[in-house]
Design a protein around this ligand. Structure first.
Ligand code: NAD
Ligand code: USQ
Length: 382
């Protein structure tokens, strides 16, 4: 299958591009490299040293003989996107290419506007590009589980049957997102759903939980293929941050009570979910929604799991409860449905102590790269 991976230089996109290529798909990458520029803006870095995208794909070709074509450019520039679509004529367009940090979107007005302009305009351009140039192409769009917020009822996969005043309908599940970033994903979902309805586009919205880990079978083949790994207070995410903190003797940064519960999945499952979506395309005009996560955990429980493994590995670790920089519930009901990807063949990699140990042993090798001043959260929601 001819597949474009937009955002293919990023944390989820790079291992996905390699995995799909390994599986025999004809892969090309679009990326503006903005994530590398943001590292410079924040005076931060990936924990792991990462090669340039050119070096990465050259190494992949040398090791496997498989070619991944690169298009460096911005989805917000429609003329650029149209040219790539005309040249590639993809059957699937995997869209990871967004500003994905909630704290970054909450820094100030400029960062909120940048996030929503980049994400919403980029996705609108992808929708128009598919309509004009490749109307049969399947859009596989990364949404986020956080679009739903934390309602006091079970979260369904995109839609809920509601009975109201004696009448019934199946309607989009209510959205109560917690940052301007998460809101951008809600806006995207609405735009995609509308485009499916009016133009007959086929789309899958993957409401993904928090991704942990860094390695896949493919990224481990050579150091040049190493994935990026974020740990700072802006782009680092809960479990990966805790593991890295434990290796440098930093207290684990649980925000508030730590009862915040979210969906999580291993990066190895992210890449497989994309393959499943690609190989089972949505119907023409269908706006399909999958909740893409494998397990639910509270951040407090995750901190305790990391603490136990880290202590066993010789890294004495304490848990701190910091004042929560975000506005969010710290003690709440959370349960989301996630059967659709499993029904299509996903066999989850579950989080156990061995998985935490494996990630910890990998990150220890790079711990001297941590910029300690970047660990504590600086961005406040209020
Ligand atoms: P990332 O920042 O590591 O990668 C995103 C990539 O997209 C970067 O390489 C960046 O340069 C590129 N990009 C951003 N805007 C672009 C644009 N306008 N044009 C071209 N390229 C652009 O992020 P990630 O962690 O790989 O996340 C990928 C996607 O998955 C995002 O849409 C994110 O919202 C979603 N997601 C991520 C997680 C997670 O835990 N990492 C969880 C759920 C959903
Ligand atoms: N948290 C801590 N300590 C930390 C970091 C986070 O307690 O050091 C808490 C946060 O307050 C929050 C939860 O952990 O309650 C998750 O925060 P996070 O930074 O790990 O994840 P989040 O901001 O939700 O965003 C990440 C990705 C985003 C993706 C989202 C999936 O950056 O791209 O969309 O996870 S989800 O959370 O399911 O919406």
């Amino acid at each position: 299958m001819k597949i474009i991976v937009a955002g293919g230089d990023g944390f989820c996109g790079w291992p996905t591009a390699l995995y799909l290529s390994q599986k025999g798909h004809d892969v090309s990458i679009i990326d503006s490299m903005v994530r590398r520029k943001i590292d410079r803006e924040l005076h931060s870095n990936s924990l792991t040293p990462i090669a340039t995208l050119e070096e990465r794909v050259a190494k992949w070709k040398e090791l496997t003989g498989k070619e991944i074509r690169i298009y460096e450019g911005d989805l917000v520039h429609y003329d650029f996107l149209k040219e790539v679509l005309k040249r590639e004529m993809p059957e699937a367009f995997v869209h990871f290419a967004e500003q994905r940090s909630a704290p970054y979107s909450m820094i100030d007005r400029e960062h909120a506007v940048y996030t929503q302009n980049n994400n919403v305009t980029g996705t609108l351009n992808v929708l128009f590009g598919i309509k004009e140039i490749v109307p049969d192409c399947h859009l596989i769009k990364l949404g986020t589980l956080g679009e739903y917020g934390t309602p006091n009822i079970q979260i369904e996969e995109g839609y809920i049957e509601i009975e109201h005043k004696g009448r019934k309908d199946v309607l989009p599940f209510p959205k109560q997102p917690g940052s301007f970033y998460h809101l951008s994903k809600v806006h995207d979902s609405h735009n995609i759903m509308f485009a499916c309805r009016i133009w007959g586009i086929r789309a899958t919205d993957l409401n993904q939980g928090i991704v942990y880990g860094l390695d896949t079978e493919e990224t481990k083949k050579d150091p040049v293929l190493t994935n990026r790994l974020d740990y700072d207070g802006v782009f680092g995410t809960a479990l990966n941050r805790f593991i890295i903190q434990s290796t440098i003797g930093h207290d684990l940064t649980v925000y508030g009570k730590g009862g915040q519960t979210r969906g999580f999945l291993h990066i190895k499952d992210t890449v497989r979910c994309i393959e499943i979506a690609a190989e089972n395309p949505a119907d023409k005009g269908e706006f399909r929604v999958f909740n893409q996560f494998t397990e639910e955990h509270s951040v407090g429980d995750l901190a305790e799991k990391v603490q136990k493994v880290a202590n066993e590995e010789g890294y004495p670790t304490h848990i701190a409860h910091l004042e929560n920089p975000r506005v969010e519930l710290e003690d709440h009901f959370f349960h989301a449905e996630n059967t659709k990807l499993k029904d299509l063949g996903l066999e989850p990699h579950l989080l156990d102590e061995e998985v935490i140990r494996e990630i910890l042993r990998t990150v220890v090798a790079h711990k001297e790269r941590v910029i300690k001043e970047n660990i504590l959260p600086q961005v406040k929601w209020k």
